[in-house]
Structure formats: structure tokens, C-alpha cells
Ligand binder design. Structure first.
Ligand code: ZN
Length: 299
């Protein structure tokens, strides 16, 4: 039975988790890809030797940090499998990672997570803005420290999403769904763009909560393999396959990745309930998704 670390994933706990993994498994490569608006580290961890890789991204939204926990626990288990020379779905990962790699970016929005967990004081010079739009309810905080929703800031149908934001009364920085003044204005989204230029990702999965849903489509650019992969993930996890509606169409990492690279990109909405999901839901989420995640690293 897997042991879970059921702490929240604020900066301190996240950093401790990463340090523990680095000490235990020296073959993993840890890098600080970039800095957030408040100069917090945007870390990533890589296993494997090549640029032929897959990318998993967690915590794009502040209140969805359970995805950080999911990805770090998954990384830990992959490391254990490698160390023990065990095979998984018939594959020897040690040999597999000679010609492939995985990059896990556990927390794309460290400022938003900190605000959600530790309150508006964590927003430092943006405290006033955050207080104004949080209505004393930190559970609603999705955006980065200056009120931009990172999953509306990618350059895919950005104008359309921007228009929809305005139609629903969102004209500036706030807790959720404001996509910024233009695409790629935020250091966090720019960091992902840079990472995708540096590596040759076969596919990208962005983890959000909640809904137990898998999104795989973005317009005509979506490759045929996307649907097949989504179906396999859905069968293995018992999650459902969905198509986004309204403002959820465009502006996101998966949308941008599909359109720009013509390769599969996914959003997986983990768990069920109200954000932030309760950390004791993690073991169930982990169990549901483990096989899909394993499949995702070898596809
Ligand atoms: Zn989200």
C-alpha cells in the first residue's frame, strides 16, 4: 500500500518534497525553469536522457494544488520502480528512459497556490488587488499573483476567449478567467513556451481539478491520435471524455500546444468536489489515474 504525504503543497512543503526525492533518487534532474511574478521558483524534474519527452504540468490554477501532490507522488513511484528494476505494463523503465524522458512541472503557478493556501498576505505587493477580488474566500483564487488566469493566457484563440471574458463582465485582473492584456504576458506561461521550444514533447498533459474528465480536442489541429489516447486514459481511469464549452475553449496550455505543435495535448480534471479538493482525496485520485499516467509516459 502506497504511503501518501498528505500535507498541503505550499512552497515550503513542495520544496521539501522535491528535496527528499532528489536525495533519495540522485538520477533525477531538478531545474528551476523560471521565476513567477513574485520570483518564486518554477521547478521541473526530469527523468531520462533525451529531449524526446512528455510533459506533465500541475497547479496552473491556485486552488488546484492537489495536482502538484499527485504528480510528485507519481514521480516518487516511478523512481521506486526504476531503483527496484521492476517492470511496469511489461516495460523496463530503466531501459525505456535511455531513449526517452519525462518532465514533471509540479506547480506552474506557485504564487496562486501560496495565495490560496496562506492567504492574501502571500501576494506581497499585489495584496490589495488580491484582497479586492478574493472576497475573503481564498478558495476561489485561481489566477497568478497579479490576477491573470494562466490558462487563459496561452496564444490559442486568445481574442475569442478575451471577448467572452468581457461579455461576462471580466475586464481586468481578478481571481479567475482574466487572460491578461495579450497572450504570453506572464512569466509562468512564457516559461512553458520556452520549455516546449527546448524539448521535443510527444504530448503534453495539463492537470487541473475537478470533474474526472479528460479534454483532448482543440479545433482542426487536433491530431487523430489524441482521441485514441484520450479513450485509453478514460478506460484506465474511469474518467469521462469531454469537449470544452464557452470560455473553456481556447487560451489554455493544451489548446496552444495542439495548435502550435499539431501534437496531442490534454487537460485532465482530477477528482470530484469543490476546489480546493481535500487532500485526503489524493489516494483515490492517485489510484484512479496511476495506470493512465504510466501509459502516458510510454506513449
Ligand atoms: Zn484549472
Amino acid at each position: 500500500m502506497k504511503k501518501f504525504n498528505l500535507k498541503n503543497m505550499d512552497e515550503k512543503n513542495r520544496k521539501n518534497f522535491i528535496e527528499t526525492l532528489k536525495n533519495e533518487y540522485p538520477f533525477i534532474e531538478h531545474k528551476v525553469l523560471s521565476k513567477s511574478v513574485l520570483k518564486k521558483d518554477i521547478d521541473y524534474i526530469k527523468i531520462g536522457k533525451t529531449k524526446n519527452s512528455v510533459l506533465f504540468v500541475g497547479a496552473t490554477h491556485g486552488s488546484e494544488w492537489i495536482t502538484t501532490s499527485l504528480l510528485l507522488h507519481f514521480l516518487e513511484e516511478i523512481c521506486q520502480i526504476i531503483v527496484k528494476n521492476k517492470k511496469i505494463i511489461g516495460i523496463d523503465l530503466k531501459i525505456f528512459f535511455e531513449n526517452s524522458s519525462i518532465i514533471i512541472l509540479p506547480c506552474l503557478n506557485p504564487d496562486g497556490v501560496e495565495i490560496q493556501i496562506n492567504g492574501s498576505k502571500s501576494a506581497k505587493k499585489y495584496k490589495k488587488l488580491v484582497c479586492k477580488h478574493m472576497y475573503n474566500k481564498s478558495s476561489i483564487w485561481q489566477a497568478n499573483a497579479r490576477g491573470v488566469d494562466l490558462n487563459h493566457n496561452f496564444d490559442a484563440g486568445w481574442q475569442i476567449v478575451h471577448k467572452l471574458e468581457e461579455e461576462s463582465g471580466i475586464f481586468g485582473p481578478t481571481s479567475t478567467r482574466y487572460g491578461g492584456k495579450a497572450p504570453f504576458t506572464e512569466p509562468e506561461t512564457i516559461a512553458i513556451k520556452k520549455l516546449c521550444e527546448e524539448f521535443d514533447f510527444r504530448h503534453v498533459i495539463s492537470f487541473h481539478s475537478q470533474g474526472k474528465e479528460i479534454f483532448w480536442k482543440y479545433g482542426d489541429s487536433t491530431p487523430a491520435s489524441s482521441k485514441i489516447m484520450a479513450k485509453l486514459f478514460a478506460i484506465l481511469s474511469s474518467y469521462k471524455i469531454s469537449e470544452p464549452e464557452g470560455m473553456a475553449v481556447g487560451g489554455g496550455l493544451k489548446d496552444w500546444y495542439i495548435e502550435k505543435y499539431k501534437k496531442p495535448g490534454f487537460t485532465i480534471e482530477v477528482g470530484l468536489g469543490e476546489n480546493p479538493l481535500l487532500i485526503f482525496q489524493l489516494p483515490e485520485i492517485y489510484k484512479d489515474l496511476f495506470k493512465s499516467l504510466v501509459l502516458a509516459i510510454v506513449l
